[in-house]
Ligand binder design. Structure first.
Ligand code: ZN
Ligand code: ZN
Length: 245
């Protein structure tokens, strides 16, 4: 993997909940329980679990940008890396995500459509989730389409997406590459719930952050440098609470 092994995964930085961390999206805040974006967005997701922070201009950020730049050798490498990260994470922690969302399991897995309809047809994340990731390929379905309604970018809007079939009480796992404001993922969850989904939760590869905003640099330095596949943002919290009890 280009010298960056998934075993030590030093390019990943796992979020942890706590003071000054948004309870919905793990963004760092100025001491508030929710970040500005989450406080101004309708919460439709029962849980949102980022695998890692994606720090502006650092390795994961470049990987998540380049895997969409098809066709190129760099994109092919990045696609297999993104696939390997999601595969391993779900193998270890899908049960944690389900428990955090209050469901037993996710019957269906889908992705958030691209804002660009042309690009959406060839979006590599669908290939990753529908073909490469072992635990999702049999459950993956294209459940959402982008509507023609003009909506503001980076704003939650229930009209942004429509479900393509009724979901009759299913629990749906939404997978996305990057979370910035959460507007598209929350809008996608709203469309799935409007179509009858009982529970919708999201796993994102990278929760985007810039190091130079407020105290992000200090917060990031406090996180363990070693990414640990045995612990996710959800079960780290359970262990912490068990130790306190
Ligand atoms: Zn937030
Ligand atoms: Zn876990």
């Amino acid at each position: 993997m280009n010298g960056l092994s998934l075993d030590n995964a030093s390019f990943l930085r796992s979020p942890r909940s706590g003071a000054g961390v948004c309870v919905d999206c793990f963004n760092f805040t100025r001491g508030f329980s929710r970040c500005f974006a989450c406080a101004h967005t309708e919460r439709q997701l029962a849980a949102m679990v980022p695998i890692s922070y994606s720090i502006g201009h650092e390795y994961l950020h470049h990987t998540l940008a380049s895997y969409k730049r098809l066709p190129s050798d760099r994109a092919a490498t990045a696609i297999s890396q993104v696939g390997a990260i999601i595969d391993r994470f779900l193998e270890c922690h899908e049960a944690c995500v389900a428990a955090a969302a209050g469901t037993d399991r996710f019957e269906l897995v889908t992705t958030v459509p691209s804002s660009d309809a042309g690009r959406d047809e060839t979006h590599p994340l669908r290939r990753v989730v529908g073909e490469l990731v072992r635990s999702t390929r049999d459950r993956h379905q294209r459940l959402l389409r982008r509507t023609d309604v003009p909506v503001e970018p980076r704003r939650f809007d229930v009209r942004r997406y429509g479900a393509v079939l009724p979901l009759d009480g299913a629990s749906v796992l939404l997978i996305d590459d990057t979370w910035t404001t959460g507007a598209s993922a929350q809008s996608a969850a709203a469309a799935l719930r409007a179509a009858g989904a009982r529970t919708v939760a999201a796993v994102v590869v990278g929760r985007h952050l810039n190091r130079d905003w407020y105290e992000n640099d200090r917060h990031l330095d406090k996180l363990s440098c070693r990414f640990d596949w045995t612990t996710c943002a959800v079960c780290a919290d359970w262990r912490r609470l068990a130790e306190v009890a």
